[in-house]
Design a protein around this ligand. Sequence first.
Ligand code: ADP
Length: 497
Amino acid sequence: MKILLASSEVEPIAKTGGLADVCGTLPRELERLGHEVVVFLPAYRSVRRAPVPITATSVQLAVPVGSKLVTGRLLESRLPDSQVVVYLVENEPYFDRQQLYGENGSDYPDNCERFVFFCRAVLEAIRLLDLEIDLIHANDWQTALLPVYLKCELDATSPYENIPSLLTIHNLAYQGRFWHWDMLLTGLDWKYFNWRQMEFYGQLNLLKSGIAFADAINTVSPTYALEIQTSEQGYGLEGALQHRAGVLSGILNGIDTRAWNPRTDPHLSMNYDLENWREGKAKNKATLQQQMGLKVDPKIPLIGIVGRMASQKGWSLIMPVMQHWLATIDAQWVVLGTGQPEYESAVAALRNKHSDKLGINLSFSEPLAHLIEAGADLFLMPSQYEPCGLNQMYSMAYGTVPVVRRTGGLADTVVDTNDATLERGTANGFSFNAFLPQALEQSLARAVWTYQSKPDVWQRLVERGMTSDWSWSQSARKYAELYERTITLFRAERQHV
Ligand code: ADP
């Protein structure tokens, strides 16, 4: 198959979050499976610092945006260690800016216009480059107009335009909502501005538009695909998603096993694998305890937390439990994260009171994140919602047992420990349902009790996590299957028309 993947972020060229990881890794894995992938990305200012060579092409674009004809140019690059071609859509006024989407906490006011241009430029580039594309894979609201243009505007008899589309939702909280007059920028007929298609409570909603028109939709875990169809987690789009339930599925992200491998990780004080994890983890635990100013003690359970300090990550549960445990229970905590000031200051205050049991680092540190994954005994991730989540998979790959809330990708990767799951050999962590501190505390207590009193069970949990396949190759195979299904269905429907 020949796939066109369009995204507003692609690692290692432009990144603000997990979207970039998926769109940087998936194309390379698909190439390994024998598929051809071409990637499109805006040429932001930051691409000049990218660790890949970028060259100019002679391809000039001119596309309508509202009443203007806007010009641009294509640059070309490649994803590292691959033949995957990346086309960067250049338009300096739109993309030569300090950030990707906004500055100082405010979105750029012309974000709708910027991504209308980008989507139109991608479609125009197919024609100009004479690409034969079997499917267009759009990602999140920034590229969600691609399925809309394919269905509503283009000439279905043209080989360049008779293309099915898949829309991946990486986080439903971000939808690309704009005032209704931005509909004019899209150039689409006002008849599409209705509650079934592009309109959302009086506004233009780009993600909703993509949901309405894509041939297939997926999210980054099977459970999240179900959860977003409920009013609790649908952010108002549950109805639109229920309407497309027949073509909505979930595929878990993988982890980058080159960067996250305890055998080769350069950030660890000792590398280890399944054969010597006890020794390896003990060594890293001692280094971590030392670095964080905690007592160096191999026996005391060490609980690690890494991530954004946002409500989504369950800080309203973590704070009361941590406070209670620091005062009453002999366990150590290490926190690495930045985010909402109220959580940062609450953790800092606890650190002042319990510096013997709590180590904190309120910054972004890749090396420390790796050391925590290796040195902690338990990893805590009680998220309120979690489209996929990476940290729980890193933990398991490093033999660190996760304690998580059973939601989204956490529900799909962490299997709670009980008699039945132990018998089946599937147990790899601890999980709970209710978004309540008491539920977290119970799970954490079960985990610590198992760590201290059931070393044989603990060994099974650690080894189950370390031997599971969290790599991208599995996920890429599932994407290839989804592409194939979508193309077959699309072609079959066309034949009937
Ligand atoms: P999300 O994308 O919602 O933030 P994920 O678990 O999917 O959550 O991915 C978060 C990624 O960012 C992980 O790789 C995690 O280790 C990393 N990360 C988050 N905060 C920090 C930090 N303060 N220092 C280092 N890495 C961090």
